[in-house]
Design a protein around this ligand. Structure first.
Ligand code: ME8
Length: 535
């Protein structure tokens, strides 16, 4: 067994605001993490995969008021929608944190005390701009600059989302972010892969180089937040609260979880959208530096899903007002859950913006899943059942050592695939698997088993051909499993190999020669029925 059996691997999604139901973007990020978590489990790593909800802050409070509920009632009413969609999308998270839980309240209050002891917070008054939608403060300079850009007179708009800003004047606790400029730059120099993909590092670095200001981290003008333990009337700024969730979930500040915290913290990956990297790559590491806690290893920033306008060919931001918003349920209706996962994970480069469209979804589904992977499985299993009495062939002596085009591609395939998967290059990993799928489909044509089957003198050859095909399918099923867990489990079940579905040694499992022969075959329905017509 590999020596990394116990290697801990901790991956997190952002915690989502409960101002609206889960959407395609939040689902995208969550599936990115799920695929990684499933891959790491198959590699024998001891995975913790966390997701959850960001329930405090003005944005949530206002959404609750709009619906005539208390903030807590509002959060409780929406939380099930997140649980349900994650279950539907086969999300295998090990924990689900809500920032209104007692564990988070205790951890945040512990953070306040540690910050105070460390001398990195001080009380002052804040006078500036605030965007409730972004839950972000903006300086006079940022706002004026953006006003010029957008030619808006009289009203100050958020530089990020262009919504009207609030003027905030209140007493506040400040975090001395400005003290961390040099330490952050040193972090980026020493760990160039702290921010991934690499090109995102430039944005983070230049932001820090341009000078950091202390940030206001408590609010007094509303009360939907975690109370500052030593100052009545102050509640924690929502990001100061939210970022800590990652540490809370593994026991930060909880003496009963000291061992878990020592083992699990820091996280290997925080996966976040590109719009929130400053919080994760600047403020969060500075907070941890302030209290002397280890820093996460990587922040992986994914791009935005844009809807491709079929007329212009350009990607557009999804929004209800444009009428181009696509809901997860629409995609599930078209592609099924496994097709959904496959499409987003393999057709959108994780670090970049993705231009999505129903026509492209259909094209990818038909080409890769219906015509290639699904077709390979059904043809091969049908032939096996037909020529070998409803079973997989008894394995010919020495079969695994015989040269053939599939064995050649399969050798080292898991290593090639794993090197892509480990850095979230899911498109690259998919290409590695599809190479074997395509080769196997060609192999069927080239070796023409239906002709070989007619000649009893070639019985051994037929056994070898079908065995090579089934072995390729077995390996591809394992490699596709993080993307399409149910389909892979079903393929293995159809070959009576379900026992190996939960492998924790992917490399050994995918070695050519692992097939067990003479097993009953289930032909079953088409795994991916072809889609016809455009939606
Ligand atoms: O930001 N495509 O929560 P959130 C891809 N609570 N991703 C998208 C997207 C799109 N079109 N639209 C949004 C928050 N996202 C905070 C996080 S973490 C300590 C606190 C992504 O619900 C966006 O990039 O507003 C972000 O990563 C995520 O959805 C959650 O956004």
């Amino acid at each position: 067994m590999s020596d990394n059996l116990q290697k801990p691997f901790y991956v997190t999604t952002p915690i989502y605001y409960v101002n609206a139901a889960p959407h395609l973007g939040t689902a995208y990020c969550t599936i990115l993490c799920d695929v990684q978590a499933r891959f790491r489990r198959a590699k024998g790593e001891d995975v913790k995969f966390l997701t959850g909800l960001d329930e405090h802050g003005e944005k949530v409070q206002l959404a609750a008021e709009d619906h005539g509920m208390t903030p807590q009632e509002w959060c409780d009413s929406l939380a099930p929608a997140f649980h349900d969609i994650w279950e539907t999308l086969e999300i295998s998270n090990d924990d689900f944190i809500r920032t209104t839980e007692p564990r988070q309240v205790a951890a945040v209050q512990h953070l306040w005390n540690r910050m105070k002891d460390a001398g990195y917070i001080y009380k002052d008054s804040y006078d500036g701009w605030y965007c409730v939608h972004e839950e972000t403060y903006y300086t006079e300079t940022q706002v004026n600059k953006s006003d010029e850009e957008h030619h808006v007179e009289g009203q100050h708009l958020c530089p990020e989302c262009q919504r009207p800003l609030q003027r905030v004047e209140e007493e506040s606790w400040f975090f001395k972010l400005s003290a961390f400029q040099d330490r952050l730059l040193k972090l980026y120099d020493e760990h160039p892969d702290f921010v991934m993909p690499g090109f995102r590092m430039n944005e983070v670095r230049s932001f820090v180089e341009s000078g950091l200001r202390d940030i206001s981290v408590s609010r007094t003008s509303f009360d939907w937040g975690i109370p500052v333990p030593f100052d009545d009337g102050h509640v924690t700024y929502v990001w100061f609260d939210a970022l800590l969730n990652y540490a809370t979930a593994v026991g930060f500040g909880n003496p009963d979880m000291a061992n878990e915290y020592a083992r699990r913290w820091p996280a290997q990956y925080h996966v976040v959208g590109k719009d929130i990297i400053r919080f994760h790559c600047v403020i969060w590491p500075a907070m941890l530096m302030a209290i002397g806690e280890p820093l996460p290893e990587h922040v992986f920033a994914h791009g935005f899903l844009m809807v491709k306008n079929d007329q212009t060919g350009q990607g557009e931001k999804m929004s209800k007002s444009r009428g181009n918003a696509i809901a997860p349920a629409d995609v599930i209706d078209l592609l099924g859950v496994e097709g959904y996962r496959y499409y987003f994970m393999t057709d959108c480069v994780p670090g970049e913006d993705g231009a999505i469209s129903f026509s492209r979804m259909e094209q990818v589904y038909n080409a890769d899943l219906a015509n290639s992977w699904g077709n390979l499985v059904s043809r091969s299993l049908n032939m096996s059942a037909k020529y070998f009495d409803g079973k997989t062939p008894e394995l010919p002596e020495g079969w695994a050592d015989r040269d053939n085009p599939l064995r050649k591609i399969a050798q080292g395939i898991e290593e090639r695939y794993a090197s892509r998967m480990a850095v979230f290059d899911y498109v690259g990993a998919k290409d590695v698997v599809m190479e074997l799928v395509h080769a196997a489909n060609h192999y069927i044509e080239d070796s023409a088993p239906w002709t070989v089957a007619k000649d009893p003198a070639r019985a051994g050859e037929l056994e070898q051909i079908i065995t090579n095909l089934l072995e390729s399918i077995r390996i591809c099923a394992h490699l596709f499993a993080p993307f399409m867990p149910q389909t892979s489990a079903e393929v293995l079940r159809r070959m009576s190999l379900e026992a190996e579905a939960d492998t924790t040694d992917l490399s050994a499992t995918c070695a050519w020669g692992g097939l067990v022969g003479g097993m009953p075959v289930t032909k079953g329905n088409a795994l991916f029925p072809r889609l016809g017509g455009k939606k």
